[in-house]
Design a protein around this ligand. Sequence first.
Ligand code: FAD
Ligand code: MLT
Ligand code: ZN
Length: 439
Amino acid sequence: MTSESELNTIERDLAERLRNQLAEVVGSTQVLTEQDMVAGYVTDWTGAWSGWTRAVVRPGTVVEVQQVVSLCRDAGVPIVTQGGNTGLVGGSVPHRGEVVLSLRRLTRLDPVDTISGQVTAGAGVTIAALRDHVRRSGFDYGVDLASRDSATIGGTIATNAGGIRVIANGDTRRQVLGLEVVLADGTVISRLAGIEKDSAGFDLSQLFVGSEGTLGVITSARLRLAPLIGGERHVVLLGVSHPSQGLELRGPRVTALEFLSHSCLAIVSAHLGRRLPTTGEHPYYVLVESSRLPQLDPNADAVVDERLWEFREAITESLSTQGVPHKFDVGVPLARLDEFVGEVELLDGDVFVFGHLAEGNCHVNVLGPTDYETVADQVLGLVVDHGGTVASEHGIGVAKGRWLFHTTSPAERAAIRRIKHALDPQGILNPAVTFAPEE
Ligand code: FAD
Ligand code: MLT
Ligand code: ZN
């Protein structure tokens, strides 16, 4: 990990002056610089990306966020905004001295607006905390994911997170009615009234969904809530010969439809110290959750038990115990899913494929080969050959910018650069994440 010693004497003095100014805004206890204090902020969840920071700053109010951004802009020091730091594409950590702007203290949670089925929440509220809050008023939040205890409202909006409920409620973008955002010039824009139909000019809020901290700092969100599904949940795991067989289970009562390869189930079973849940072994398994027990083939090798979610949700953690996997989060057309999965499993290394079946969202994790770029060329090359997208729910981060050349046109990339320049002309917001590298 490089250190501040890279800076020359003048830059070091400026960094020291900035830290003092930041401490005046947020309080000295909310400016972290000691290596052991910043450690959890400068390395990503997977351990694949790690960098150094001039300081971690933890504002407690929107006004403090505005002042911090303005100070960094005036000092010409870049910022990486951070929520729960569970992102998987390297976009949430500093790479070369960026100030880490941690929003975990922005935990505003307004009372649920039960008439409209909406709530306003601060960027630092975790998914788990939000769900607990709204469930007490008879609602649920439409997005759920295994990182719920740490992933935040700000981070899930900035990555347009998907998760296990997209089949029923759509991705994060579909939950966002409006945002409060601090821009790179320190001003704040806000659209939190929760008007369901509003065509009064550009929908600026939606521009920040999926922007990965490169266009502005999301400080609050007005969110649409989902009905709280009462009654019994039937969770079924069944062995299949191809992932697409699970698509037959889709229906209005289905609240989740996931798939995993046998290699995933085997590594999770070993990690959990549990035997394989099905009677036999199969090339793939489908996990379906429904409010009505699905009609299954009488000969299906299936198990029904709510605890089966553990086998799906422990995959990421189980893989990480084997080393730092090369992680790819891709989407392919459903009609080509089986073909893509079959081909990607033939690549070098230990290949693990799992994901959100209903959306054709595959998580390809490869253990073994050391060179990320070679593996990326192989996996993402297959994605492009199958007419897919190189990022389905985790975002682009620092590793996939160049792959957008394959899935965007020069005109699109030029428009992306113009929008970035208009909102962040000095390029201080998450400069390591580029959606449209210079051509
Ligand atoms: P961070 O990791 O802190 O940041 C992510 C990105 O958002 C960065 O680019 C950061 O700069 C930016 N950002 C953060 N907060 C703000 C803000 N307030 N304003 C502007 N930009 C901001 N993801 C899925 O989509 N689906 C899954 O099913 C899923 N499952 C996961 C399971 C595990 C075990 C783990 C570890 C991760 C999983 N993820 C999943 C990935 C991760 O949880 C999501 O990407 C999540 O959206 C990140 O939220 P966060 O608060 O941790 O953001
Ligand atoms: C998941 O669906 O489990 C997540 O997106 C995490 C991952 O891809 O590792
Ligand atoms: Zn996922």
